[in-house]
Design a protein around this ligand. Structure first.
Ligand code: 7TS
Length: 410
């Protein structure tokens, strides 16, 4: 498989202005990509260009700027559809991000397929945004949230998953790549099991789309949620992909401008998909930036990105394994670039603070996945999360930083 070579990575890093700076007197080592990733010049320029040349409200104007703005927004939809393996761009609904996409499904689609006594199945490794919207839906409908446990490596227990699926299960909601553990779940297999049981499937792709080639057709799922800001795009924009027939059948979620065809005081006729789900003026500049992100990633190639990140992950895992006081949390067979760990005798927040003094940005805490922390009996971990612009030297710097942490606390 082709992968990015270290020299390619050094070249690509130049596309990211933010990476070229010192923090606390050290070159910045940015290892917090699971929280948000950095933006290439092409994305920043696309947003600037939009505001400097094209800005207007979309869809309802005949003037030239309105048309350019609409083209930018709708062009981004087409690009994202292609990027996710969707054949029909009407299947992309722009949202604020993954959280809003999942809430949209829970609020608009949920009540159409389940009621009291029905079940929603999620895994133990979900981010809170793939738990809480379902809990709210359970409160509304009388349905029950069921959890499929994971093993101590951080992999879904397939036997337990099969066992907890039943005729009562109407929705199965699963994370593609865990933000707290890095586990890559076998989505195709899980989706097939869920569909055989008669459930609909919702996949949280927040941590997947920047690191793996996504093909919703191959995954076979019904809904796929993602965030632009984790894939080198702007904050405040993301998307829900859903099968066209499901979107057609779903009632709207929010009401307002754009989502209607006609309004009278007797009632309103809703717009076609996807506009039915995009009430109000959307984040046009964000969508334009996201479109530029897709162009950028396609130029590099997701397979090459995934292969390089795998090599980085192996190197990082080796670096951490040379420090006896470190315990890695999340050792699944199939993993993306997330290194979550404990440092014996040192609180995660202290680890993060000392690393910051070395210019190294990592995240500490529960990573909005408290059930994962509960599983491992810890309150918090330190997490280094990778992107394709990271280097092996940066992981060596992390190792050196952690040795400093241990010296301080010796
Ligand atoms: N799902 C997963 C798996 C995530 O990692 C996150 C954000 C979300 C959903 C929510 O995405 P949003 O864009 O709607 O906020 N994860 C993290 C993280 O790991 N650190 O900060 C945010």
């Amino acid at each position: 498989m082709t992968r990015l070579a270290p020299s390619d990575v050094m070249q690509l890093r130049k596309d990211f202005p933010i990476l070229d700076q010192e923090v606390n007197g050290h070159p910045l080592v940015y290892l917090d990509n699971a929280a948000t990733s950095q933006k290439p010049r092409a994305v920043i320029d696309a947003i600037t260009h939009h505001y400097e040349r094209d800005n207007a409200n979309i869809h309802r104007g005949v003037h030239t700027l309105a048309q350019r703005s609409t083209q930018g927004y709708e062009g981004a939809r087409t690009k994202l559809a292609r990027f996710l393996g969707a054949t029909d761009s009407r299947e992309i609904v722009f949202t604020r991000g993954t959280t809003e996409a999942i809430n949209l499904v829970a609020s608009a689609f949920g009540p159409t397929v389940l009621g009291a006594g029905d079940e929603i199945l999620v895994s133990e490794m979900e981010h809170h945004s793939n738990i809480v919207p379902w809990q709210l839906l359970c409160e509304r409908t009388g349905a029950k949230l069921v959890m499929a446990p994971m093993d101590d490596r951080g992999q879904i227990d397939m036997a337990a998953f099969r066992e907890r699926l039943s005729a009562r299960t109407k929705i199965v909601a699963l994370v593609h790549v865990s933000n707290a553990l890095g586990t890559i779940n076998p989505i195709e297999e899980l989706v097939e099991l869920a569909h055989t049981a008669g459930a609909h499937t919702v996949i949280d792709g927040a941590q997947a789309a920047a690191h793996l080639a996504i093909d919703v057709a191959a995954l076979g799922c019904d809904f796929y949620a993602t965030s632009g800001h984790k894939m080198f795009g702007p904050t405040g924009i993301g998307a829900l992909w859903a099968r066209a027939e499901l979107l057609e059948a779903m009632p709207p979620w929010q009401g307002g401008g754009e989502m209607i065809l006609t309004v009278t005081f007797e009632g309103s006729e809703y717009n076609e998909i996807p506009h039915k789900f995009e009430a109000g003026t959307p984040n046009v500049a964000g969508a334009v930036g996201l479109g530029a992100t897709v162009d950028y990633l396609e130029t590099i190639g997701m397979e090459r990105i995934a292969a390089w990140e795998h090599e980085l992950l192996e190197h990082g895992t080796e670096v951490l394994s040379t420090i006896p006081e470190i315990r890695l949390i999340g050792t699944a067979e199939k993993k993306a670039g997330v290194l979550s760990f404990l440092v014996e005798g040192v609180h995660a927040h202290d680890v993060g603070t000392i690393l910051d003094l070395e210019g190294i940005a990592v995240r500490t805490g529960h990573h909005c996945a408290q059930p994962v922390m509960d599983h491992f009996g810890v309150a918090a971990t330190t997490r280094a999360s990778l992107a394709f612009y990271n280097t092996k030297e940066e992981l060596d710097a992390l190792g050196a930083g952690l040795r400093k942490v241990l010296e301080v606390f010796a």
